[in-house]
Design a protein around this ligand. Structure first.
Ligand SMILES: Nc1nc2c(ncn2[C@@H]2O[C@H](COP(=O)(O)OP(=O)(O)OP(=O)(O)O)[C@@H](O)[C@H]2O)c(=O)[nH]1
Ligand SMILES: [Mg+2]
Length: 304
């Protein structure tokens, strides 16, 4: 029999890692990959994420609470400035910063803004994930790693693919090593701190992002009007409102003979059923909230 002494006790590391990066680099995709569940919505369009969203990764000997944030960029729009402020403020909360850059299509202007902010946070360790390596030839990748190393802003630079999962365990281990020793913040089965209802609204918004173009995704917000669980029947009834800024947009979201709204509802429902582990009756309606994205009060009312 082996005698267990205190020294042999494994030390546990835990802490908060704030995810930051330009729009569309794959922050939310990587978060979902690291925690193994879809909690943060993604799209091929920039400025998808609008709130701060925590996702919890559990590993052997560590727990990392990731904060997903909106993409940092320069914009004159009131609403964009609001979501960038959310992202910048979140950077002050972390024990660690996970910056993500897109190795396939870099965004030098936004990267400069992020490096500037990182310089002011010199006491907080930062790791760079160079994402989308599945799309990039090796020589080009090596050049980029070299250029990023020269900034001296990062303790580690890890090339990854959020899409395929390549090198994601390496990235997690690198981050865990930089966290302080301490007990876990959340129980082992927790994956997020945001309410289920919020993720449900986001899953509906994700389908609008996927199916509409031009300004429509950016004029859309989703709120949950009612959410009732019938546990015995394994059923959840959800009423949700899709808010747009103009009547013409309402027509597009409803679609010919209601087809667009139906497609949004069917696709969102599949994700929501997976999330809630129950059958879902999803009732969607569209409401016009005139020019909400230009009005700070309306922006707040819609949850931002
Ligand atoms: N090929 C490839 N595509 C990726 C990878 N990671 C993310 N993407 C794609 O990049 C796009 C943007 O991903 P998101 O996760 O929404 O990016 P984000 O940084 O959270 O974007 P915002 O919230 O808008 O700032 C989506 O179309 C993803 O499928 C990757 O490793 N490889
Ligand atoms: Mg995102």
């Amino acid at each position: 029999m082996t005698k267990v002494t205190e020294n042999e006790e494994q030390s546990f590391r835990s802490g908060f890692a704030v995810i930051t990066g330009a729009p569309n680099v794959g922050k939310s995709t990587l978060l979902n990959r690291m925690i193994g569940e879809k909690i943060s919505i993604t799209s091929a369009k920039p400025q998808t994420t609008r709130n701060r969203i925590a996702g919890i990764a559990h590993g052997s000997g560590f727990q990392i609470v990731f904060i997903d944030t909106p993409g940092i960029h320069d914009s004159e729009r009131i609403f964009n400035r609001r979501i960038v402020d959310v992202a910048l403020a979140a950077m002050d909360e972390g024990d660690l910063i996970l910056a993500i850059a897109d190795a396939y299509s870099p965004d030098p202007a936004s990267e400069a803004l992020i490096l500037e902010k990182l310089q002011k946070k010199a006491g907080t360790p930062a790791v760079l994930a160079l994402n989308k390596v599945d799309l990039v030839e090796k020589p080009r990748l090596l050049t980029q790693i070299d250029q990023w190393s020269k900034t001296a802003a990062f303790s580690e630079i890890v090339p990854v693919s959020a899409k395929t999962g390549i090198q994601v365990p390496t990235l997690l281990a690198a981050m865990a090593g930089l966290l302080p020793e301490g007990p876990p913040y959340y129980p082992e089965d927790a994956i997020t701190d945001v309410p289920e209802r919020f993720i449900v609204a986001e899953m509906i918004r994700e389908q609008v992002f996927a199916r509409t173009g031009e300004e429509i995704p950016y004029s859309t917000a989703v709120t949950i009007e009612s959410f009732s669980e019938e546990e015995a029947a394994g059923l959840v009834r959800i009423h949700a409102a899709i808010h747009v800024e103009r009547n013409s947009q309402k027509g597009i979201i409803i679609g010919r003979h209601g087809q667009m709204l139906k497609a949004v509802g069917t696709a969102a429902r599949a994700d929501i059923e997976h999330l809630l582990g129950a059958r879902v009756m999803l009732n969607l309606f569209v409401r016009v909230e005139k020019n909400w994205s230009k009005n700070p009060k309306a922006i707040r009312k819609l949850g931002y």
